[in-house]
Design a protein around this ligand. Structure first.
Ligand code: 5GP
Length: 143
């Protein structure tokens, strides 16, 4: 397994060095919109604790991480009127991982709509911004 590198893009986002369309933050994690979404409303939950992936993560962060994943998945499904939600998480380049800081993908799904390829094309920033606003609004309601 590769060593954790502090210059990965999500570490830079966590340090505020790179902007993101943030929808949630607490002491343990942040969630923001994926800039190359595989479906409308694709977002990422990133724990603040540094690890390359799930396999080297401190297991004590996982309960909190998946509680946040559930909260965000519920909010995204409601906010974007999705029919389902795919949760994905990749470990190692052989598995498709491209950013080497643990993260969980939350991908709203719509009946009959296939996923775009992983990390293939950036979405319209205005659409991302509008989806983020809807998710933030759902989070501040009673989910
Ligand atoms: P992985 O392949 O590591 O599981 O997923 C990395 C994800 O991060 C991809 O879905 C990709 O679109 C997304 N991504 C890559 N660079 C950036 C970035 O600078 N900002 C945001 N918000 N997402 C990114």
């Amino acid at each position: 397994m590769i060593e954790y590198q502090t210059d990965n893009i999500f570490a830079k986002i966590l340090r505020g060095e790179i902007p993101c369309e943030k929808v949630f933050e607490d002491n343990n994690s942040i969630a923001f919109m994926d800039i190359m979404p595989q479906s409308n409303g694709h977002l990422l939950v990133v724990p603040k604790s540094p690890s390359v992936g799930l396999l080297d993560a401190d297991s004590t962060i996982l309960g909190n991480l998946f509680t946040t994943v559930q909260k965000l998945a519920r909010a995204a499904k409601q906010a974007l009127d999705a029919d389902g939600v795919t949760i994905m998480q990749f470990n190692g380049s052989a598995a498709g991982q491209t950013v080497f800081h643990l993260h969980v993908h939350i991908i709203p799904r719509y009946e009959g709509v296939s996923l775009h390829h992983h990390g293939a094309a950036p979405a319209d920033p205005e659409v991302i911004k509008s989806n983020a606003a809807k998710i933030r609004a759902a989070l501040s309601s009673k989910i």
